[in-house]
Write a protein that binds this ligand. Structure first.
Ligand SMILES: [Cu+2]
Length: 263
């Protein structure tokens, strides 16, 4: 049965369709500029995933349309289909192949994640406070000064964002950094980013958190260390008491070392 299939032609059609889909999908800058050290690695992972997905999508579509065309009932043919009872080889194949694909994706993603989350020396710690529907930021290495709606970070230094949701789940996402992390009430979640391109970006909440979710954004400024120090030095307000308490509460509920890097 298998021997009579036009394998070479089907494979050629699959490869052509994979190339066409990839040619459309790969050049799209899905998340904008690459503005952190993680960006290139995550974009490579995304590109590999697109090509692999395009290949298997194409394979399924080619086989589907071949079957539709080849095995179509002739006009007037009212007979029943052949009774088929299982096919062990086929079932083993369609179990093994997806397992290998998923394990490959998991292994590759794990290695990228391990790589980009490798802690560096002398990181800067920034507390991130999320609430319906605003962001604010504390700098524990600089007397806990506080900034509302505007986040500044120095270039070339690893930043550890310690996130503290005040009400419901929010999610921290700066597309240009490629990093996204949920903020969960009651625990501290951490995102590690090393910004390497100066610019003004947007922090976007990506967890539907209520009526004002779409407006829950903050300005992000990545700048040379001297300019960062000047900005952080100009902050006068301290982290308000309820927010400071939430750090303690989160840390007790989920005790992870909350090292405070100097600003
Ligand atoms: Cu939200």
């Amino acid at each position: 049965m298998l021997g009579r299939l036009p394998i070479a032609k089907m494979l050629a059609a699959t490869v052509a369709m994979t190339a066409a889909i990839s040619a459309v999908m790969l050049p799209i800058g899905w998340d904008g500029q690459q503005a952190s050290t993680a960006a290139v690695k995550i974009d490579d992972l995304l590109s590999v995933t697109i090509v692999v997905s395009a290949f298997f999508f194409s394979l399924v579509v080619v086989m589907l349309f071949y079957a539709l065309w080849k095995f179509k009932a002739k006009p007037g043919d009212e007979s029943d289909g052949e009774p088929i009872h299982g096919n062990t080889r086929l079932e083993v194949a369609w179990t093994l192949i997806p397992t290998v694909i998923v394990l490959f994706g998991a292994g590759y993603s794990w290695s990228v994640l391990r790589d980009i989350e490798q802690p560096a020396e002398n990181p800067l710690t920034v507390d991130v406070f999320s609430q319906q529907f605003a962001w604010s930021f504390g700098y524990p290495g600089k007397d806990n000064v506080w900034s509302e709606g505007e986040l500044h970070v120095p270039l070339g230094r690893q930043v550890h964002f310690k996130m503290h949701a005040q009400d419901v789940i929010h999610s921290f996402w700066v597309p240009e950094w490629r990093i996204k992390k949920d903020n969960v009430p009651g625990i501290t979640t951490t995102a590690i980013v090393t910004p390497n391109r100066a610019g003004v970006y947007q922090l976007i909440c990506t967890e539907l958190c209520g009526f004002g979710h779409a407006t829950m954004r903050a300005k992000v400024v990545a700048e040379p260390p001297a300019e960062f120090r000047e900005w952080v030095g100009g902050l006068k307000e301290k982290v308000p008491q309820p927010l400071a308490e939430s750090i303690v509460r989160d840390t007790e509920a989920n005790p992870v070392p909350l090292g405070a890097g100097g600003a």
